[in-house]
Design a protein around this ligand. Structure first.
Ligand SMILES: [Zn+2]
Length: 571
């Protein structure tokens, strides 16, 4: 979840990457890490999904020894080898041919944070500092990027949505320019249910979409104005996420254009910019919320010299397979990202981002599901894949790579069920479906939770766009029916009030912070066990039938699936 889920405030996942702890490519270190990982737990695991086993996996994965599971670090070595050794202990087979690993080539780019964004506004100057006023980076892989006197244009939300008759770029040529835009989409800030999807964030509200669109339009630089409600997280999360090494798939592998400079500008710095340019940002925000908004050239030029270091590296997806007894060529997939923010050497005090909730819980979840399915009788007829992807915090890159290089063809992949940041706050009367009312998988889920006496609910903060912020989204975009569940927030003990309080506390104190740690004293994973049993039942129904669930009519991803399956039928 480039930005995770807790029912209430829901965790917000955002692209963050770990500081480089240490390079551990030597085989001894790898072998050492493998041995350490394999012996990381001498717990006696049992076949059925249970709280003690689940907690043990989280304890290990979120331990300081795993150093916040940063891609390309010693933490990666320990993590991928732990998952592999557990898959092997459970009795799965390597999922990528005869390997447990799928290499994901990546480029690690670290911006020099002494970079200053110079704004010439009329005859005044403003110098925006990294971390306080702005954060920037480059996805080009270039170690030196220079922008000189690039005209600054305010483009509202930076959305070009032909199917909604909305284009903030209409009649505008932004080639070589610096575009400044608002986060989220018009429906959110205008608080108008008829505009876009109202308070529910559309993909156009996501920063990833905004940068991709500005790149397609040929801009030189793009800056998003931060506001906490619109982003659904504070400036500290943006700063944490954009500081230190950033990871990306190599530009050469990516067909889409990339911006020389992209980043965020703080609300305060934006106010100062617009004021100095003789513009009223509040007024322009209001104008941007109206159909037919016209972009506004600010009487300003932007300049920046950004130097970065780049290192070509590899990270790994870890894939385990339970071959089907009857139709092994068809598969149901369970997925969870194993990576988190790593260890930030430059920070004092506790600088390990343990990522217990985000996402040791998800990885523990697929390990528990694997053990349950391996011991199921009869054995599932279709195959079941267990995919622990990397680089989620860096932009859903491990799952993006997997979807481009699936070990079982996507037209033979029945469905994917994604786990990202489950909440250890006890049993709930409800189960959250992120992006509810999307596919027939929810019909199976409903049938699975009925005997639990529970109901399905939508995520409580639809404005945060969680549907676009975790790995299932790459599968959905390709058409594969995807289910992304989160724990409910109407707690058996304490009701909604307790659930919401727990979520807000997590979001404020632990989300993407060193404080996201496993605490046996306060963690109650009974609700998570119930959630896992529910999705076990969904997977079991699919794995023991010839069903091909699809997206509901009107869902944006249905067309891709229908086309895919039509092609498969004539193969
Ligand atoms: Zn996550």
């Amino acid at each position: 979840m480039r930005d995770l889920i807790l029912p209430i405030a829901l965790v917000t996942l955002c692209a963050c990457t770990p500081k480089q702890a240490e390079q551990t490519t030597s085989t001894d270190a790898t072998a050492g890490a493998a041995a350490t990982a394999a012996s990381a737990s001498d717990h006696a695991f049992l076949p059925p999904i249970n709280a003690a086993d689940f907690a043990e996996h989280v304890r290990v994965l979120a331990s300081d020894a795993f150093e916040g599971r940063g891609p390309g670090t010693a933490g990666e070595e320990k993590t991928v080898n732990y998952i592999k050794s557990q898959f092997a202990r459970i009795g799965l087979q390597p999922g990528n041919g005869d390997s447990w690993f799928q290499n994901v080539p990546m480029v690690e780019t670290t911006a020099n944070e002494s970079a200053v964004l110079q704004l010439k506004i009329g005859d005044t100057q403003q110098a925006l500092k990294f971390g306080t006023d702005m954060v920037v980076g480059t996805r080009t892989g270039q170690t030196q990027v220079s922008v000189k006197d690039s005209p600054v244009v305010f483009i509202g939300y930076g959305v070009d949505a032909p199917e909604r008759g909305w284009n903030d770029y209409a009649g505008l040529d932004v080639k070589g320019k610096t575009v400044v835009m608002l986060v989220n989409d018009p429906g959110f800030h205008a608080n108008d249910p008829k505009l876009f999807d109202g308070k529910r964030m559309t993909y156009y509200g996501r920063w990833t979409y905004k940068f991709d669109e500005a790149a397609r339009k040929g801009a030189k630089a793009a800056l998003i104005i931060h506001d906490t409600p619109g982003a659904s997280y504070g400036w500290d999360v943006v700063k944490n996420s954009w500081s230190g090494p950033q990871y990306d798939l190599p530009a050469a592998d990516d067909p889409d254009p990339r911006l020389p400079i992209q980043g965020w500008i703080s609300g305060e710095a934006a106010e100062a910019l617009f004021k100095a340019a003789g513009q009223d940002l509040a007024k322009l925000r209001a104008a941007a919320n109206k159909p037919g908004f016209k972009a506004v050239a600010l009487n300003a030029n932007a300049s920046i010299d950004l130097s970065s270091t780049t290192v070509d590296k590899n990270s790994r997806n870890v894939i385990g397979l339970l071959p089907g007894s009857k139709t092994p060529q068809e598969a149901v997939a369970y997925m969870a990202h194993w990576d988190h923010l790593g260890k930030h050497e430059g920070e004092t005090g506790d600088n390990i981002y343990n990522g217990a909730v985000d996402n040791a819980t998800g990885v523990a979840g697929i390990l528990e599901l694997a053990e349950a399915f391996k011991n199921a009788t009869p054995a599932p007829e279709r195959s079941i894949l267990f995919i622990a992807v990397t680089l989620e915090e860096s932009g859903l890159l491990g799952s993006k790579y997997y979807v481009a290089h699936p070990v079982i063809p996507l037209d033979k992949t029945v469905a994917v069920i994604n786990l990202d940041a489950l909440s250890p706050i006890g049993k709930s009367e409800t189960l959250t479906v992120v992006g509810k009312d999307s596919s027939q998988l929810e019909d199976l889920l409903m049938a699975a939770i009925k005997p639990q006496g529970r109901t399905m609910v939508d995520e409580s903060n639809t404005a945060a766009g969680y549907y676009f912020r975790s790995d299932h989204f790459n599968f959905a975009k390709a058409g594969v029916p995807a289910l992304y569940i989160g724990s409910g927030d109407d707690l058996v003990e304490g009701g909604k009030q307790a659930g919401e309080a727990a979520g807000q506390a997590y979001n404020a104190e632990r989300y993407h912070k060193p404080g996201d740690q496993y605490d046996p004293a306060t963690w109650n994973v009974d609700g998570i066990v119930q959630d896992l049993e529910a999705i076990e039942s969904v997977g079991s129904t699919l794995a023991n039938s010839g069903q091909w669930p699809n997206w509901y009519d009107g869902n944006p991803f249905k067309a891709a699936r229908d086309t895919m399956m039509k092609k498969a039928a004539v193969k």
